[in-house]
Structures are given as C-alpha cells and as structure tokens.
Write a protein that binds this ligand. Structure first.
Ligand code: DC
Length: 335
C-alpha cells in the first residue's frame, strides 16, 4: 500500500469550483502515477476552514471515483496558511514510488516538486510594492528580493567615496569593483557592502534620489540585473523593482504593476521615514517622489514602465491586506 499526497486551491467557496478542482486533482494524480480507480482503496480530503459549501469527497464521488472509501475533514485556521486549499491523501493498493501532485496555488506548498515561480512586482516609489511583495513571499514561503536595495547600496558607496554621481565613467569604475551581497537573516533581506551590513543606512532619505541617479547608467543596471537573474533562476521568489517585468525577468510567471496617487505615496513614505526617526516635510517629499519617478521613467535603459502583460493595480484606496488579496486572487486564477 502506498500513499499519494496532493493539494489544490480554488478561487471561491462554491460547489462548482470544488467539483472542478477535485476532479482535476484526482485525474492528474491518476495520470502521473498510472494508477487505476479500482486500485484506489481510500481517499481522505481535508480543506481549509474557508471551504464549506460542498464536500470534496462528494465531488470525488460525482467525478466517478466510486470504488474507494471517501472522507472529508476540515483543518483549523492556520495563521499565514494558504486560503481556499483542498488537500488529499490517496491510499493505493500498488507497489510504486508515489508522485505527489500540487496544483494551482498549492504549488507553493511543495516548491521542491512543483515548478519554480517568479512574481514580478513593479511600480513607482510608495506604491506599496515592497510591503506587499514581502507579505506575498512570506505567505507563499518563497524568497523576497528587494532590487531597489541593490541600487541604494551602489548609491551609498558613491556617496561614501565622494564620487560624482553625475559622472557616468567615475560611477562605472566604482561599481566595477563593488563588493555587494544580498543575504537573508531571520527571513529578512540584508544588504552587505564591502562585507558590512548597510541595510539601515541605505534607507536614509538622501539615498533615494542618488539611487535613482546611479541606476540610469547601463553598466550599473546590467550588473545588478545579472545578480537579480542569478538569484531568480535558482529559486521561487517575489522581486520588486521598476523593470522586473520588462527587463530583468520578461518571462516572469506573474507580473503586477502597482500605482497610487502622488499624495498617497508621499504620505506613505513620510510615515515610513518618520517611523525610522527621520523628520521630513510632506511637500518636499512629494516633489522628490515626482522628480524621482520622472527620472526613473525617462532613462534610456530599462525605465520604470508597466510591462504589456502586467496586471495594473491602483492601491490608492486599498489597505495592504486588500492589495495583497487582490494579487493572490490573480495568481490563483492563473496557476
Ligand atoms: O524601490 P526603491 O525606492 O528602493 O528604489 C530606489 C531607486 O532605485 C529607484 O528610484 C530607481 C532604482 N531602481 C531601479 O532603477 N530599478 C529597480 N529594479 C529598483 C530600483
């Protein structure tokens, strides 16, 4: 006797969705494991507590899986766990190496046996992309890469060495020998410049515009994009930036472009900076954000731009949770 495991997700708690997802999951398991229905002894389903409109076991029966004994149970609510998820344990009277099957949004439960996924979240400063990207990565238990931190580290190096930000040649020479590393400590990204953790320093207000300035130079962009692609090619991750969907990962599985009005963005930035102990004037910050957007949109190489196949989301009137759920719903619909 062997046990085959699997899981899938639905978009909403409706009998039609449950029927469709259960049928798809069982047929997929049958196909990849080459098991027949009469070899199935028992099927145990468990679903998350947000699914109650129908029993997955009943859906299995309707889909023609009639020989096996069928059970359905409900899981307790788990903080940060997948929503609208149906899990399965299938007992089979056969001697084979089981191939477990994780479909749709449940792919993130078993990244080791599922396809790698990359999520690109682009947008201007203050659009909410880093907060949302971080939460999405946490919920999907995949890596979060803040690409802005890399340009910020380049800018910090230039400022520390007294380099002329406007001198492309000087910056290119500086960045050529840059020692920049991205590491993870307790699940958070840390940025190391010449071996020193500069994660806090790069958040100083004066670094923002400087990062935008040095990021215009092709040499800098190509070097950073190469590092970003290297990280993304190894593992599933959520990347936030300005050019992820258009330039760094044009074939990313999911692309989002977040926007918000300049007033909302400036207000969010102000709060963020004040929480870090910086005193900033709203109007100055707003003017700087607009100037930075213009500089990021106007550069020749990989400008700030929505990819043609990216989903645009205006977060001006959304809470973080609403924006996060909107993105998750779009991902589940597509998987
Ligand atoms: O996301 P951020 O505010 O930390 O980014 C700082 C600057 O870095 C931004 O104004 C432009 C640049 N940047 C970029 O050009 N491309 C990216 N993928 C990320 C950031």
């Amino acid at each position: 006797m062997i046990v085959i495991r699997g899981a899938t997700t639905i978009n909403e708690d409706s009998p039609e969705e449950i029927r469709g997802a259960v049928k798809e999951l069982l047929e997929h398991i049958e196909r990849v494991n080459t098991v027949s229905r009469d070899e199935m002894v028992s099927i145990v389903f468990s679903s998350t507590s947000d699914i109650h409109s129908y029993y997955p076991a009943k859906a299995a029966r309707e889909a023609g899986f009639e020989g096996a004994s069928l059970f359905s149970s409900q899981e307790p609510e788990i903080d940060g766990g997948l929503k609208l998820c149906i899990r399965i344990m299938l007992f089979v009277e056969k001697n084979l190496t089981p191939k477990h099957v994780y479909l749709r949004g449940a792919k993130v439960l078993r990244k080791d046996i599922s396809d790698k996924i990359n999520v690109a979240i682009d947008g201007p400063a203050g659009s909410g992309k880093s907060t949302i990207a971080k939460l999405l990565a946490r919920d999907y238990k995949i890596l979060y890469l803040d690409t802005g931190a890399m340009y910020r580290a380049c800018a910090l190096k230039a400022i520390k060495t007294g380099s002329d930000l406007k001198n492309e040649f000087e910056i290119e020479e500086l960045i050529r020998n840059l020692s920049l590393e991205v590491k993870y400590k307790d699940g958070s990204q840390i940025t190391l410049l010449d071996g020193v953790d500069v994660s806090d320093q790069i958040r100083a207000p004066e670094i923002s515009m400087a990062a935008s300035t040095v990021s215009r130079y092709p040499f800098v962009r190509l070097k950073m994009a190469e590092k970003q692609r290297e990280i993304a090619s190894d593992m599933s991750c959520v990347l936030d930036g300005r050019d992820i969907g258009t330039f760094v990962l044009p074939f990313a599985d999911f692309k989002f472009f977040l926007t918000a009005s300049p007033d909302v963005r400036a207000e969010r930035r102000k709060k963020e900076l004040e929480a870090k102990g910086y005193q900033v004037d709203f109007e100055t910050l707003k003017a700087e954000i607009i100037a930075r957007d213009n500089q990021d949109m106007a550069r020749e190489i990989a400008p700030l731009k929505q990819a043609d196949d990216a989903i645009a989301i205006d977060t001006s009137d959304m809470t973080i949770e609403e924006a996060l759920q909107t993105i998750k719903k779009k991902i589940q619909e597509k998987i």
